[in-house]
Design a protein around this ligand. Structure first.
Ligand SMILES: Nc1nc2c(c(=O)[nH]1)N[C@H]1C(S)=C(S)[C@@H](COP(=O)(O)OP(=O)(O)OC[C@H]3O[C@@H](n4cnc5c(N)ncnc54)[C@H](O)[C@@H]3O)O[C@H]1N2
Ligand code: MOO
Ligand SMILES: [Mg+2]
Length: 415
């Protein structure tokens, strides 16, 4: 019997990670390279949006009061003073007998309080002068976007720690942030362990399998904005593995291993943790899958020893690695969204521990229904393909029944 394992609940395990999360340093990147990166500064609006009174239609800038009594049969005729394209500054003053042709997005003259759309007008030329006939009464403010209509100056737009996507990029460009302060990507070394593992391009051999976990982790890491560093497969040799892992911990910000954490004779991560000169945060969780998941910290760096079983490796990443990576990039809220949903089917597999079932959510008639993505065994890879949530099945009893309300962690946004 190797060392004793203390069983820790998921909540407690996650709490134990928090004090060890260190924010990474930052770098300045051109805006075009910021997609997927995480903001390391707060962005506020330096000016209002729009910053000038803007026409929202193609038409004529007018004084609304000039249109009193206007009808299609009896239009109010106004003399057209100038044309105001986008990007130009209006020159002429509007009175209750004049108008200026204006385009969508152009600056409305200060003396105008409305824009009548082109379709509500007719034009005529008399003695070389152009006149516009307004066919309807127009209320003040019509088709004029006020200064700050969208945003007031000084509004906080983007928090530090926010992932940059299309919406963030649009705001950054709007306010002239051509260079953006972002967090450096966490560099994460990935080791698969196990003498049964073959490279993905290797032909199969008796008793052996291909290493899929490293590639899955690589993809999960890219997905949360980290820089994965793929390492060679480690055979079941304790010293060799220990040297490689400790070496990687010198250069990478975080190291993940998969496999070798249970009670098998060749579960070498257990041996490595027996000789560990850092802190061990936990080595047994009150959860399925992934109960033997082990996490250590050494010289302020994490070693996540995830299970080798693909399903357990996936769940372990989502529950424990993802929050740490997000925290390293300045996020303070990194919990997966938790919702309540109805079971669409029975799930009767009993479990002594709380179970995080790889699941599928669906929306029907405005309600969220969940079902397991398939065979609920931690060795299963296929279900990861279809999983968009984790259904939390409480410990004990006989699982949950169709129609029961369950807590669900969302991995993908509700569409
Ligand atoms: N007697 C007991 N046996 C087991 C226990 C236990 O408590 N008592 N726990 C079980 C649980 S729960 C899990 S989870 C697994 C954990 O296994 P390990 O993390 O030690 O992983 P391995 O033994 O290395 O491999 C398990 C399984 O996964 C396959 N594997 C490993 N690495 C990869 C990879 N990179 N890509 C794809 N598949 C991989 C490996 O071939 C094994 O089939 O232990 C239970 N046993
Ligand atoms: O805790 Mo293990 O991952 O279920 O089989
Ligand atoms: Mg094992």
């Amino acid at each position: 019997m190797r060392f004793q394992r203390e069983i820790v609940k998921v909540k407690e395990a996650r709490a134990r990670l928090l004090p060890h999360i260190n924010e990474l340093d930052t770098e300045i990147l051109p805006l075009s390279q910021c997609h997927g990166r995480t903001l390391a500064e707060e962005i506020t609006a330096p000016i209002p949006l729009p910053h000038f009174r803007r026409s929202s239609m193609d038409g004529f800038a007018i004084q609304a009061r000039a249109t009193k009594g206007a009808t299609k049969e009896n239009p109010v005729w106004l003399k057209v003073l100038e044309t105001i394209p986008c990007g130009n500054v209006p020159r002429c003053e509007i009175t209750d007998t004049t108008a200026s042709r204006i385009m969508t997005g152009a600056a409305v003259p200060d003396s105008a309080d409305a824009v009548v759309m082109l379709e509500m007008t007719q034009t005529a030329v008399k003695n070389g002068e152009t006149y516009v006939g307004v066919e309807r009464e127009i209320a003040p403010g019509t088709n004029v976007a006020a200064i700050g209509e969208e945003l007031e100056q000084g509004t906080l737009l983007l928090h530090k720690g926010r992932r940059i996507g299309p919406g963030e990029i649009a705001l950054l460009a709007t306010f002239g942030h051509a260079q953006v302060k972002v967090y450096r990507k966490p560099r994460v070394a990935i080791f698969a362990t196990g003498s049964e593992l073959l490279e993905a391009d290797a032909p199969l051999e008796p008793g052996k399998i291909r290493n899929s976990n490293s590639y899955m982790l690589y993809s999960l890491l890219l997905d949360c904005g980290a820089e994965p560093l793929m390492q060679p497969i480690l055979p079941d040799d304790v010293s060799q593995a220990q040297t490689a892992i400790l070496q990687a911990m010198e250069t990478a910000d975080l190291v993940i291993t998969t496999g070798g954490v249970s009670v098998g004779d060749y579960d070498i991560l257990v041996d490595i943790f027996e000789r560990w000169d850092g802190q061990m945060l936990f080595n047994k969780l009150a959860m399925r899958p992934g109960s033997p998941t082990t996490v250590g910290v050494r010289n302020n760096r994490f070693l996540f020893a995830l299970s080798g079983n693909p399903g357990a490796c996936f769940v372990g990443f989502e529950l424990f690695v993802r929050p740490v990576i997000l925290g390293m990039m300045g996020k303070t809220e990194f919990d997966l969204p938790l919702i309540t949903a109805s079971m669409a089917v029975d799930f009767t597999k009993p479990s002594g521990f709380e179970r995080y079932v790889r699941g599928i959510y669906q929306i029907e008639d405005g309600r969220v229904y969940v079902r397991p993505a398939g065979l609920e065994k931690s060795s299963v890879t296929l279900t990861i393909r279809d999983t968009n949530c984790l259904i939390i099945v409480p410990p004990g009893g006989r699982g949950v029944k169709k129609g029961d309300q369950v807590q669900v962690l969302m991995l993908k946004k509700l569409e």
